[in-house]
Design a protein around this ligand. Structure first.
Ligand SMILES: NC(=O)C1=CN([C@@H]2O[C@H](COP(=O)(O)OP(=O)(O)OC[C@H]3O[C@@H](n4cnc5c(N)ncnc54)[C@H](O)[C@@H]3O)[C@@H](O)[C@H]2O)C=CC1
Ligand SMILES: CC(=O)C(=O)O
Ligand SMILES: [Mg+2]
Length: 471
């Protein structure tokens, strides 16, 4: 079975059926040709001439849904009014809303939450800016900010189209770690304007989570904001991903009984995620990393326009290998894909060292179809929720910000990230660990708790915490 987009296996068709001419058996036949099953039929309205019904069909991917709609539209006596799927229905009107901590019941309440009473609170903050943490939403609120230039693996789809992802991140922040998060998608792709805008909105927030901003621009934006703001600035696609990859790798190596310092790792896609992942693995002790981008292995013989790749060539590839992915992957213990769908071939996997570990994490379609790779790998992971071992930054960002906010850290540093990676790995106990369970589930409540504790401890040890956390 070919790997599908992983979305929309469930659609609801609203059909207007001419009572005289339509034939339900023809509709059922179309559904069966497209490979779906009818799991529900509801009558929405009925007149003497027409009936409107919702037909819920299960088991279709995007291609088969299109085929079904095409077949049904051609039937006599049938008019397709609307097609929705469960994924789209979950997005109707957006996924988050504002909640209230107190409601006004009378004029006295009004004069306290708003003018004139609020003025004294404003004055208190003006006199002592730190009071923003106790008297506003700042202490528990993070901005999730994107310019829409590298949304998942979809590329530069712009700020409006990026919103569903940013709302999704906000939802996850709240549900998993009780962090209030606000999605902001900026209609500019200019580095300086992005920095200026984020600095201008920063006073309201206790942290800034940058998301889906294309490389290499993302590196400069993050570096400058870290320097110029006193709240944690964290590019999730870089560091959240890197933390979870390291956690997964620590556990995969517990299975293959290899050590970080002895392994050869090939990483494809030296963009935001690939760059940060390489740096994190180096800090964790990996010595032999080869980064491969579109034009092959990044090495010290080439001249790159991208200054980050010149630095990268100096930090990695100890044997200064050149060549394409198939050439440099030979003998590798680990493949990490943060690039594009389908670029890793089964033959490449076969040429890896014994007990290969393959993390194919391009979203939504990975570098190799896991079903094709599985016979030849010891440990397989993807970024998807429909295969075992989902390596996704959602295991990191809620807990790491929970810890950073609770310790009121000025930054999220390397030690805090390493602590988070070890904390995530530690959730999988020895007796639970196996090839299909190297990384805990997003729904494992211990993840946020352990990451939070480890991050707070590391923040105190490295002197970036500004307060003892509340229990
Ligand atoms: N599972 C997870 O948690 C995460 C997965 N990702 C996925 O990783 C991928 C990269 O994301 P970002 O680093 O944010 O994007 P990015 O745009 O910063 O970097 C992508 C890099 O891949 C390279 N690339 C594209 N096609 C390639 C090919 N055929 N061969 C080699 N390199 C190629 C590009 O030149 C670029 O350097 C996306 O598919 C994204 O969805 C990213 C972050 C988290
Ligand atoms: C998971 C995520 O952040 C991404 O694919 O961009
Ligand atoms: Mg992302």
């Amino acid at each position: 079975m070919a790997i599908t987009s992983g979305t929309s296996t469930h659609i609801i068709m609203r059909l207007q059926l001419d009572r005289e001419t339509h034939s339900f058996s023809e509709i059922a036949n179309c559904i069966s040709i497209a490979g779906g099953d009818v799991i529900g039929i509801d009558v929405i309205s009925s007149t003497k001439t027409h009936t409107v019904r919702d037909i819920t069909v299960n088991g279709l991917d995007l291609t088969n849904s299109k085929l079904l709609i095409d077949l049904i539209s051609k039937l006599r006596g049938v008019k397709v009014i609307n097609i929705s799927d469960r994924t789209f229905l979950m997005h109707l009107g957006g996924k988050i809303e504002t909640g209230l901590k107190s409601k006004i019941k009378n004029r006295d309440d009004l004069s306290r939450v708003y003018t004139p009473g609020v003025a004294s609170v404003c004055t208190a903050i003006a006199e002592e800016p730190d009071k923003a943490y106790s008297l506003t939403i700042k202490r528990n609120t993070v901005a999730v900010i994107s310019d829409g230039t590298a949304v998942l693996g979809l590329g530069n789809i712009g700020p409006a189209a990026a919103m569903p992802v940013m709302e999704g991140k906000a939802l996850l922040f709240k549900q998993l770690a009780n962090v209030d998060a606000f999605p902001l998608c900026l209609d500019t792709q200019d580095t300086e304007e992005i920095i200026r805008t984020i600095k201008a909105v920063a006073p309201a927030f206790g942290g800034i989570n940058l998301e889906d901003i294309a490389s290499p621009r993302c590196f400069e934006i993050e570096r400058r904001l870290k320097e110029e703001l006193d709240v944690p600035v964290f590019h999730d696609d870089q560091h959240g991903t890197a933390v979870v990859i390291l956690a997964g790798l620590i556990n995969a190596l517990r299975i293959t009984k290899k050590k970080l310092e002895d392994i050869k790792v090939v990483i494809t896609g030296i963009g935001a995620a690939g760059m940060a992942c390489s740096k994190m693995l180096l800090s964790a002790g990996v010595k032999n990393i080869i980064g491969v981008d579109r034009m092959g292995a990044i090495n010290r013989n080439e001249k790159y326009d991208n200054i980050y790749w010149t630095e990268y060539a100096n930090m990695t590839n100890p044997d200064n290998l050149s060549g394409n992915l198939s050439e440099v992957i030979e003998g590798a213990d680990v493949f990490i894909g943060l690039s594009a769908p389908g670029i890793l071939k089964v033959e490449d996997v076969k040429s890896m060292a014994k007990d290969p570990i393959v993390f194919a994490m391009a979203n939504p379609l990975p570098e190799i179809d896991p079903e094709k790779a599985e016979p030849y790998v010891r440990v397989m992971a993807t970024g998807r929720s429909d295969f075992p071992n989902q390596i996704n930054n959602v295991l990191c960002f809620p807990g790491i910000f929970r810890g950073a906010l609770d310790s009121r850290s000025t930054e999220i540093n390397e030690e805090m990230k390493l602590a988070a990676a070890h904390a995530i790995a530690s959730v999988v106990r020895d007796e639970e660990l196996n090839e299909a369970y190297i990384i805990p589930s997003v729904f494992n409540e211990k993840v946020v708790e352990k990451v939070r504790e480890a991050v707070i401890k590391a923040a105190h040890e490295t002197g970036v915490a500004r307060r003892e956390p509340r229990e």
